[in-house]
Design a protein around this ligand. Structure first.
Ligand SMILES: [Zn+2]
Length: 456
């Protein structure tokens, strides 16, 4: 298994810390608003990575946090005249609901920042004790970047000096900090904000310390993989790494970053006014079509998502579901999976989680499956079907169990009658049946693989 490691900046062999086990930490959302497509892409990346490792027989522990205390949550609570807790609860629920709609499995642990303050205080204490952090009275506790000078910037492959120049140009640098790169581990209480007690006075934790405390507590030193979107590489992940390694805790041994998402050719950003929520997209399209569209772009490539991509994914899913429907109404012989196709899929995934090639393997199978059914080659269709079932589960693209409606068998029957009428060139009859189905909200598409029906 090879993957691209951001820290070493190259393709590396995946060697787990403990044989047979994989520990993964993927940064989760700050819950001040409904989730957007960027959250979906990032979480889908780690969902599929975890599914693949599990399928390979590894024991996976996936941790993904919820940042439930933050400037944006405080601002929204003030604007809506409610509590930070109420805002965080509302948007945590919205996030989990939308992730479920997209078929993203719950992580094994979903820690909340507010439940981890004690562990964060512990790491901050270790940093102060090892002279990697200092207190500014009335402001908080800061990480001393100069004390970690040689290694700071390693994740983004820039020197601390180079990064310092950029930071120094920003206007809001606190004059009392020793270095413009220094960042808050603990923020002293401001009026009206939620606070926790600490040895340095009441306040609240900085963002980066949260992931360090959670990852080290749940996964332990030197865990296998740390993930997140590329937008988190700097400063968030660089700072997380500095905090942990500076006080003697080996942090993640490997780093995986998923690329950003553009919608309709523009970078997705709230400020560009083309922000679409994940809920909007899932209301409009089959959630599996979004999953498929995302998996058809490699996680390290910037993704362009628009109606065209969604239409393409929807059409591909239709062919796929049509095969599932065709095999659901016939008795297929017992069959085992096809070793060559399983091997091709595995090779694609072992090449830096190459989901586009893995998806292509499945769609080749779907094509072959329709051909086998058309030729009444039930033995081949059965083996292909078994292979498709196995592989689609790894990618979370399992078709719904045939059609769930009570009248599905009746519709199948009408569709078959219409096809028989067409075959005997009785177009008046085939049109009559089509209209009948249309009145019931059933649309038929005559594909090369035979008629495909769906509810509209
Ligand atoms: Zn994080």
């Amino acid at each position: 298994m090879q993957y691209f490691d951001t820290l070493s900046n190259q393709i590396v062999e995946f060697v787990p810390r403990e044989p047979g086990k994989v520990s993964i930490y993927a940064c989760g959302p700050t819950v001040y608003d409904v989730p957007h497509l960027g959250h979906a892409r990032t979480q889908l990346t780690y969902d599929v990575i975890a599914r693949f490792f599990r399928w390979q027989g590894l024991e996976v522990t996936l941790v993904s946090n919820i940042t439930d205390i933050d400037d944006k949550i405080i601002a929204r609570a003030a604007a809506e005249n409610t509590t930070e807790e109420a805002i965080a609860t509302t948007y945590t629920e919205a996030y989990i609901e939308q992730m479920h709609r997209l078929g993203i499995a719950d992580p094994d642990h979903r820690p909340r920042a507010t439940e981890y303050v004690d562990q964060m205080l512990d790491v901050i204490t270790q940093l102060i004790d090892t002279d990697h952090a200092y207190v500014i009275d009335g402001s908080g506790v800061y990480f001393d970047v100069a004390s970690f000078e040689d290694d700071y910037g390693a994740l983004v492959h820039r020197s601390a000096e180079d990064l310092r120049e950029g930071a120094g140009q920003r206007v809001e640098v606190d004059e009392r900090k020793r270095d413009p790169l220094d960042f808050a581990l603990w923020k002293a209480a401001k009026p009206g904000e939620p606070t926790w007690e600490s040895p340095w006075g009441p306040g609240r934790p900085g963002w980066h310390i949260e992931c360090v405390a959670m990852a080290l507590d749940i996964l332990g030193d030197g865990f296998d993989l740390h993930g997140g979107g590329t937008d988190l590489m700097f400063p968030h992940h660089e700072n997380e790494r500095a905090e942990s390694e500076a006080c003697g805790h080996r942090f993640a041994r490997g780093w995986i970053h998923s690329a950003m998402l553009n919608i309709g050719g523009e970078k997705m950003s709230k400020s560009l006014n083309n922000f679409r929520t994940l809920g909007d997209v899932l209301d409009t399209w089959d959630p599996r079509a979004l999953r498929l569209a995302m998996l058809q772009t490699h996680y390290r490539r910037v993704m362009e998502l628009g109606d065209e991509a969604m239409q393409g994914a929807t059409a591909a899913l239709d062919r796929f579901d049509a095969f599932a429907r065709r095999v659901s109404v016939i008795d297929l012989p017992e069959a085992t999976t096809l070793p060559d196709e399983i091997a091709a899929f595995t090779a694609a995934m072992e090449n830096d989680f190459g989901t586009p090639a893995a998806v292509a393997t499945i769609f080749e199978l779907v094509r072959a499956g329709h051909t086998a059914l058309d030729a009444d080659d039930l033995a081949s269709a059965a083996a292909i079907g078994a292979t498709i079932d196995e592989l689609t589960a790894v990618l979370g693209l399992v078709p719904p169990a045939a059609d769930t409606g009570d009248d599905a068998a009746e519709i199948d029957d009408l569709v078959a009658q219409r096809q028989a009428a067409r075959d005997s060139k009785d177009f008046a009859e085939s049109d009559r049946i089509r209209d009948l189905l249309s009145e019931r909200g059933i649309e038929i598409e005559d594909s090369a693989a035979g008629p495909i029906w769906r509810r509209v």
